[in-house]
Ligand binder design. Structure first.
Ligand code: HEC
Length: 126
């Protein structure tokens, strides 16, 4: 009996791992699917997100690093906000919606997935 329970636990664990690896394709907040093979444009697709989501109300270079168009890329690099080895774990991905000042400043639709995929594509200033 003990052995059977252990096997179920192991199976559960393997399933959790499987879902953990795939989660960004199944969570409902990802919006439209993104083809990871399709190059994402930083200036056209990623950069406007921070203006749309009002991040630039505070992150405008007046005391805080800027996420304004034309300035955001340098801020991401200078402040170490990108994790090239683990894109999901990048601060530019994890901080919005994390509570405190950022509780109400979140990504919507496929914005988060777009940023993650852009990082996974090498975070090009394109
Ligand atoms: C109300 C003002 C305000 C808004 C709006 C805001 N932030 Fe911030 N943010 C701050 C402040 C202040 C800090 C520095 C203190 C802290 O970490 O809480 C900060 C820190 C951060 C950091 C961490 C920087 C570091 O070096 O640790 C990131 C990343 C960030 N913000 C991203 C965003 C994004 C993306 C948005 C929009 C979705 C956003 N913020 C909206 C005020 C704001």
């Amino acid at each position: 009996m003990k052995q059977i329970n252990k096997n179920w636990l192991l199976l559960g664990f393997i399933m959790m791992l499987t879902f953990a690896c795939d989660y960004k394709y199944i969570t409902p907040d990802t919006g439209d699917p993104i083809d990871p093979e399709e190059p994402i444009s930083f200036s056209a697709e990623v950069e406007p997100i921070w203006t749309t989501q009002s991040c630039t109300n505070c992150h405008n270079g007046d005391g805080l690093f800027s996420l304004k168009p034309g300035e955001a890329y340098q801020s991401l690099i200078n402040n170490g906000l990108l994790d090239m080895d683990d894109a999901d774990n990048s601060e530019i991905v994890t901080v919005p919606g994390s509570g405190g000042l950022h509780a109400d400043y979140v990504y919507v639709g496929n914005q988060k997935l777009l940023i993650i995929t852009w990082i996974e594509q090498g975070a090009k200033d394109n």
